[in-house]
Design a protein around this ligand. Structure first.
Ligand SMILES: Nc1ncnc2c1ncn2[C@@H]1O[C@H](COP(=O)(O)OP(=O)(O)OP(=O)(O)O)[C@@H](O)[C@H]1O
Ligand SMILES: [Mg+2]
Length: 289
């Protein structure tokens, strides 16, 4: 069964899309069949990063919008990317008439069922059996489409930048995730928050990270050890449909940071899965007594 991970922070521009694309690329390079669902329909940045030309083509490319409006099955809107093992369900900014989609509004038309839409669609598609990981790239909000992704997810990762706005947004984000866990999806686990653009030359950085550590612990999560350094070529990578793994002369530190982050995530998932299995075993032993 695929593990489903939502990358989320209600603050914009904190590296959700960039890390989604890089973690997914690393998982794919490790041989895991990985799918990105670009649920940030109004921006479609993951789609732009991985499918640039198709996205820009005049021809209409069906994606998430067609799923919700036309009832197209999820597995009919999966596309290959340039990378082996990496697939994408693109956002679909505009419908056939050239009008823009608003996913929160579309889902609200479904009433309470809107919350369970992603969960139902994924279950119905059978994709979970064919894939190893599904990553949701989400908009900078805590709206209905984000709730629907969280209800369909097993895990949450929270990227943040080392500034007060971004830190406070993590606290609100954790609160929302814990509410969803309590009300709709008890298996949902926060893997942690991580620094997505670490500028070590900034002398106040370490102090701010330590402050964040205390703040996040109170809120209910921790900061992962792996930190992604600021890399000044990052902004031009989407234009070339590339990641730091694909360009000559990319900073080794940058490449390694995404490898370390992915390893840390996998280790956390494995530990969690292991504890679930051993929890089950304990129950059986107790029952036998
Ligand atoms: N490690 C990094 N070093 C330098 N720039 C980065 C790094 N990570 C991301 N960026 C840049 O920061 C900007 C915001 O990143 P990104 O689009 O991934 O954030 P986001 O959280 O998905 O934003 P949004 O909320 O708008 O969807 C982009 O221009 C991206 O290229
Ligand atoms: Mg984004």
């Amino acid at each position: 069964m695929a593990k489903i991970i939502s990358l989320l922070n209600k603050k914009g521009g904190v590296g959700k899309t960039t890390t989604t694309v890089h973690i997914a690329s690393r998982l794919a390079d490790m041989g895991y069949k990985t799918l990105i669902i670009d649920a940030d329909v109004s921006q479609g940045n993951a789609t732009l990063h991985l499918m640039g030309e198709i996205w820009n083509a005049k021809e209409h490319t069906p994606g998430l919008g067609s799923v919700f409006i036309e009832g197209r099955p999820l597995n009919k809107v999966i596309y290959n990317t340039d990378r082996e093992n990496l697939f994408i369900i693109p956002s679909e900014k505009f419908n056939k008439m050239g009008e823009s989609y608003n996913l929160d509004m579309i889902l609200s038309n479904f009433g309470p069922k809107g919350y369970f839409s992603f969960k139902k669609l994924i279950e119905k598609s059978g994709l979970s059996e064919k894939l190893d990981y599904i990553l949701f790239d989400l908009p900078p909000s805590l709206g209905l489409s984000v709730s629907a992704a969280l209800i369909a997810s097993d895990y949450v990762l929270i990227p943040f930048k080392v500034d007060d706005f971004s830190k406070n947004a993590v606290v609100d984000t954790v609160k929302t995730v814990l509410e969803i866990k309590e009300d709709y999806n008890e298996k949902l686990e926060i893997l942690g928050a991580f620094v997505s653009q670490n500028d070590r030359r900034n002398r106040t950085n370490n102090k701010m990270i330590e402050e964040a550590r205390v703040l996040f612990k109170e809120a209910g999560t921790e900061i992962l050890e792996a930190m992604i350094p600021v890399y000044n070529k990052m902004t031009v990578l989407p234009r070339e449909r590339k990641t730091v793994f694909d360009i000559k002369g990319a900073k080794v530190e940058s490449i390694n940071s995404y490898i370390d982050l992915t390893d840390e995530i996998l280790e956390k998932i494995n530990t969690h899965q292991g504890s679930m299995i051993s929890g089950k075993r304990t129950e059986i032993t107790l029952g036998a007594r």
